[in-house]
Design a protein around this ligand. Structure first.
Ligand code: PLP
Length: 396
């Protein structure tokens, strides 16, 4: 495939990369971000996205609103988790309104949704053995608390879990938790096929979208997904510790209940009554007071993404990662590096993982001597995050 429209793949030279930037339909979006770090090449947006002018402005306005409105602001703030959730669902997740909340952290949202499933359904919990640690740790704790088996699924370190292996592990399970884009390899899972396989085996599927939300188009409703969680500080650029999100497909909302019986999920919140009765709909997965300031930045991140359009973002993610892979093949493969990311652009997200026995020292050298910020994942992966909104071909 070529490196984005309309210029096709060409020689692996700096001049060609500059030509690709000239032809990049998303090039102007880079100006929306604060690039005060001079010549530094930031390829760690898959850990923490850049600060945008829109997020700075939204945060400043939210602070002003806090200062002027004080407690009266809650009249509007109280609905932010559902309003921002709907915006996120439409712009980046392929979710119809009333199914997404912007709230809490990914870890807490995973605990709420997985706990809700285990309380309602008998059976084991399944997670890939190499999935992100917080997912495995939360599920381990929940499995113990509910007296369930935790099945750790072995999978290919580059390609990710195979559909038939997932289907086998899902038999007799209540819940299967999968990452849409793997945090280490960048492998993009086939969400529709895996969702079908899990559901056919009789379990529910919960997708971790941390590395896919804002990086690739996600179609939760179209895939028939049951549940999902994810963060907004990576490709949604909402800042360190920004509120996460959760998705519960409408048909499940009546039968699942959060294990955190917080007052924001109470049917008549301000009656302050003696008994907990969760509200109908997605609001029953709220816990406590929403993070209003952080939600302002999430909203700004969604707005930029909606303007760019997920289709264009996805095309550029495929193109910049393809350029990185071609450069790996030409210049690094002979130096002890191997590619830790799928070659098929339809099977990867927006980061590329290069493996090397000395990955840690290579990362340190890039940071200290080359003014490049990648990240390292134990034991041998150098991750290069290439967020389409602000990464140039010449950076690659
Ligand atoms: C795939 C994945 N899941 C979960 C998390 C953790 O989420 P949090 O610490 O925001 O709760 C991360 C963090 O990077 C992640 O990459």
């Amino acid at each position: 495939m070529g490196y984005g429209d309309p210029v096709a793949a060409g020689p692996l030279t700096r001049a060609h990369a500059l030509a690709l930037d000239d032809a990049d339909p998303l090039a102007s979006f880079r100006d929306r971000f604060e690039l005060g770090d001079g010549d530094r090449i930031y390829v760690d947006g898959n850990s923490l996205g850049r600060l945008s002018a829109g997020a700075r402005e939204a945060l400043s306005e939210a602070v002003d609103e806090w200062g002027t409105r004080l407690v009266t602001g809650w009249h509007d703030w109280v609905d932010l988790p559902t309003a921002v959730g709907d915006e996120l669902g439409a712009a980046a997740l392929g979710a119809a309104p009333g199914q997404v909340l912007a709230c809490d952290s990914t870890t807490v949202n995973l605990y709420k949704l997985a706990g809700a499933v285990l309380a309602a359904h008998a059976g084991a919990v399944v997670v890939p053995a190499d999935d992100f640690p917080t997912d495995r740790y939360v599920l381990d704790g929940l499995a113990k608390a509910h007296g369930r088996e935790l099945r750790m699924l072995e999978s290919d370190p580059v390609a990710g879990p195979a559909t038939d292996a997932v289907a086998r592990a899902a038999h007799g399970a209540a819940l299967v938790v999968l990452s849409h884009v793997n945090y280490r390899s960048g492998a993009l899972a086939d969400m529709p096929a895996l969702t079908r396989a899990v559901q056919t085996a009789g379990a529910l599927v919960l997708w971790d979208l941390c590395h896919s939300a804002g990086a690739v188009d996600v179609g939760l409703d179209a895939a028939g997904a049951d549940l999902a969680v994810g963060c907004t500080y990576k490709y949604l650029n909402a800042g360190p510790g920004s509120p996460a999100f959760l998705y519960v497909a409408a048909p499940h909302q009546g039968s699942l209940q959060s294990p955190i019986q917080g007052w924001f999920s109470q049917a008549d919140q301000f009656a302050m009554g003696p008994r907990y009765e969760p509200v109908a709909g997605i609001g029953r997965f709220l816990a406590g007071t929403p993070p209003v300031l952080g939600l302002a930045a999430v909203r700004a991140g969604i707005a930029v993404l909606a303007e760019a359009g997920m289709a264009a973002v996805r095309r550029k993610a495929a193109a910049v990662t393809a350029l990185a892979i071609d450069l790996h093949d030409e210049r690094l493969a002979g130096l002890g590096f191997t590619l830790g990311t799928p070659r098929d652009p339809d099977a990867r997200g927006a980061h590329v993982s290069l493996r090397h026995p000395d990955a840690w020292r290579v990362c340190r050298a890039l940071i200290e001597h080359a003014n490049v910020v990648p990240d390292f994942r134990h034991p041998d992966s150098i991750r290069l995050g290439l967020p389409p909104l602000y990464t140039r071909y010449v950076d690659v």
